[in-house]
Write a protein that binds this ligand. Structure first.
Ligand SMILES: Nc1ncnc2c1ncn2[C@@H]1O[C@H](COP(=O)(O)OP(=O)(O)OP(=O)(O)O)[C@@H](O)[C@H]1O
Ligand SMILES: [Mg+2]
Length: 345
């Protein structure tokens, strides 16, 4: 049984003003997240990502469709059951949403105070959580004395206070610089692997998906347009929006102006080989080219690590005697799919 399950969920908001149409924020969305998995939802602004998260923790009620957490239909819960559900779901935000007037320790303690846990238990739990996120020495600091990355680590500690099974992350790294982003993503990986917490992360940054997620769902205009294992979607995107997201982190096959510019700088034939993990390596391609005595230079593209698997496009300029170059290309394309675009096309 899936831990989170949405079935035909639509969420409509009242029109912003009279005479306008209602806003369909989420449109017939069905998805499931398995226990222990990291699932990412990617989409541009307004795609409906945050609304999906707010539906999952019952901050919004669907206009139609059903939402189940661990087999329980959450759209029919009473107040008391809702409180229990929310204790089982932690959430972190782009702007951290810390209480400025509370110390770090008091921020982390907050959900436990609300749950009326005994004081000694709260102190021990806060201690444990701050050590887990590496901020034991900041217990008495106030949020304004922390960096963005440290604030988000406090946010994560607070979200974990009630030992939830699910963590929802809404653009949790979008306000952070690249180094700090990696630090927070590494911590989220530990949350998943060491604590076994299921994570649903929404983002408009494909790099977050590549680093963290097992599976990705792409949303556009309230709908799911594509989904699958992260490696499969990144190495073979189908929809135009997905292709644009993937192109932001993986160098594409050059064409048009880019290809013309490459030709202007490099003599010879320009070809692109696709390396998709498993049987093919760059070494196989280079060895096949070398054995035919042609010179080659890598002029574009590269290899990407997608969750431990290899994918990328290698664009090479080949120089040498015409027939030898053709034989070299034939030999190398036995290993890796070849693309040679006509510069005039
Ligand atoms: N409470 C609300 N009332 C009216 N419209 C809303 C409400 N919440 C969201 N919307 C609308 O629903 C659509 C989806 O919004 P949502 O916040 O889910 O998108 P998002 O993918 O999270 O975007 P972003 O990347 O900008 O955060 C938008 O058109 C938004 O204006
Ligand atoms: Mg949002």
């Amino acid at each position: 049984m899936s831990l989170i399950r949405l079935d035909g969920v639509t969420k409509t908001f009242a029109p912003p003003s009279k005479g306008e149409n209602a806003v369909v924020a989420v449109d017939d969305v069905s998805l499931s997240v398995e226990s222990g998995e990291v699932c990412g939802i990617v989409g541009y602004s307004g795609a409906g990502k945050s609304t999906v998260l707010r539906l999952v923790n019952a901050l919004e009620i669907p206009s139609s469709g059903t939402i189940e957490i661990d087999g329980t239909d959450i759209t029919r819960l009473g107040e008391r059951e809702l409180r229990r559900l929310r204790g089982d779901i932690g959430m972190i935000f782009q702007q951290f949403n810390l209480f400025d007037s509370r110390t770090v320790a008091k921020n982390v303690a907050y959900p436990l105070e609300v749950a009326r846990r005994p004081r000694a238990e709260i102190a021990a739990r806060v201690d444990e959580l701050l050590r887990f996120v590496g901020l034991a020495d900041k217990a008495r600091s106030f949020p304004e004395q922390l960096s963005g990355g440290q604030k988000q680590r406090v946010g994560i500690a607070r979200a974990l206070a009630t030992s939830p099974r699910i963590l929802l992350a809404d653009e949790a790294t979008s306000a952070l610089d690249p180094d700090t982003t990696q630090e927070v993503l590494t911590l989220l990986q530990r949350v998943n692997r060491e604590l076994g917490i299921t994570i649903l992360v929404i983002t408009h940054e494909m790099d977050v998906i590549r680093t963290l997620a097992d599976r990705v769902i792409v949303m556009e205009n309230g709908r799911i347009i594509e989904s699958g294992k992260v490696f499969d979607v990144l190495s073979g995107p189908q929809q135009p929006a997905t292709k644009r997201f993937v192109a932001s982190i993986i160098e594409d096959v050059p064409g048009g102006d880019q290809l013309r510019a490459l030709h202007a700088r490099h003599p010879g034939r320009i070809v692109t080989f696709t390396i998709r993990d498993g049987d093919v390596t760059q070494g196989d391609v280079f060895a096949a080219l070398s054995s035919h005595g042609v010179r080659f230079e890598l002029i574009h593209g590269g290899i990407n690590d997608i969750r431990g698997r290899v994918f990328g496009h290698l664009t090479l300029a080949l120089t040498g005697e015409g027939e030898a170059v053709q034989r070299a290309i034939d030999a190398a394309s036995a290993f890796a799919p070849l693309i040679e675009e006509d510069v005039h096309g």
